[in-house]
Ligand binder design. Structure first.
Ligand SMILES: [Zn+2]
Length: 315
């Protein structure tokens, strides 16, 4: 059977993986507390999980990168949906620092790393993007949990009591690509950076201003409060989640992470055949920081859905 025939037989499926965890993660966003307040939420979650595939569309390669945040974006254009990654474009900077950067880990700042990453996006033809929220307009915070909470995210990732659960979820998302040595290497880098977290993350809130200056209209201002009840991980290349349309349909939100985009980004940032190891490290660090972001933002009571390509007619 040739490769083309193989591709034709692939179908897209969204697999319900149950709750994110059986323990309680440190974050505040809670699907179970929403379910307690409103008895109809539980059935809405079930319905939404079954129908979630219908809310994926082709990404628009020229559209700005979006965050995983499930809240409403009043200016979102349904025909211009960019892929979703935690913290938008600046979020990739931490993964690069932990996985790839050969600099001394006792030096450097997130702000510098993120500026470099935005420059890389522009150079490689990706549209960077980021966001604030309506609550942060006159505050010193950004309004993006993945940026504001970055120190908490790193502390969560390196917390001895959470590391086993963190590894379990990373393994689930990476499947056969999970490499224990790479995981431990990135974890080691995370411990070092976490040790100088205050210094490394200083002034990080300026990154959204810098992004706006470099690329006008690249940032969104999200509205409302977090009500994410689902975490949707998407492995199907060049597709993304229509977050506004989903919330309009079910009155609940979902965090959406386009994991395929991190793999694509690794190939663009590190294109040479000799950079295969660094590509693997970048993807590992991005998935590890995404899982840590979910652990720091939620209590883990959300439903995990993994969307992927599967061979048709499998029994
Ligand atoms: Zn965000």
């Amino acid at each position: 059977m040739n490769e083309e025939t193989d591709l034709q037989e692939l179908v897209t499926t969204a697999i319900d993986c149950g709750a994110l965890t059986d323990i309680t993660w440190p974050g505040k966003v809670s699907a179970s507390s929403l379910t307690k307040q409103d008895a109809t939420i539980a059935s809405k979650i079930d319905e939404a999980v079954l129908a979630i595939n219908e809310f994926y569309v082709a990404e628009n390669p020229t559209a700005k990168t979006r965050c995983i945040d499930g809240r409403h974006d009043p200016e979102l254009d349904e025909a211009q949906l960019g892929p979703q990654v935690p913290g938008g474009a600046p979020g990739a900077a931490l993964a690069y620092r932990l996985g790839v950067d050969k600099d001394d880990l006792t030096r450097g700042t997130f702000l510098n790393d993120a500026e470099t990453m935005i420059a890389n996006f522009i150079r490689l033809g990706f549209s960077p993007g980021g966001h604030r929220d309506e609550h942060s307009l006159h505050e010193s915070t950004v309004g993006c949990g993945a940026i504001d909470g970055m120190d908490a995210i790193l502390a969560t990732m390196t917390s001895p009591s959470l590391v086993e659960d963190h590894k379990r979820v990373v393994k689930l998302l990476l499947g056969e690509d999970f490499n224990r040595d790479t995981y431990l290497r990135v974890m080691g880098a995370a411990v070092l950076v976490n040790g100088r977290s205050k210094e490394y993350f200083r002034d990080r809130e300026h990154i959204i201003d810098i992004l706006e200056k470099r690329v006008p209209k690249s940032t969104a201002t999200l509205k409302g409060v977090h009500q994410e009840c689902i975490v949707a991980i998407n492995l199907v290349p060049n597709t993304t989640f229509s977050s506004n349309r989903f919330t309009d349909a079910f009155s609940i939100q979902a965090f959406g992470y386009d994991l395929w985009r991190s793999k694509e980004m690794a190939h663009k940032l590190l294109p040479l055949p000799t950079q295969a190891v660094d590509r693997e490290r970048f993807v590992m660090a991005r998935v590890m920081s995404t899982v840590a972001t979910l652990m720091a933002l939620t209590d883990g009571s959300q439903r995990l859905v993994v969307r992927l390509l599967e061979k048709a007619n499998q029994e």
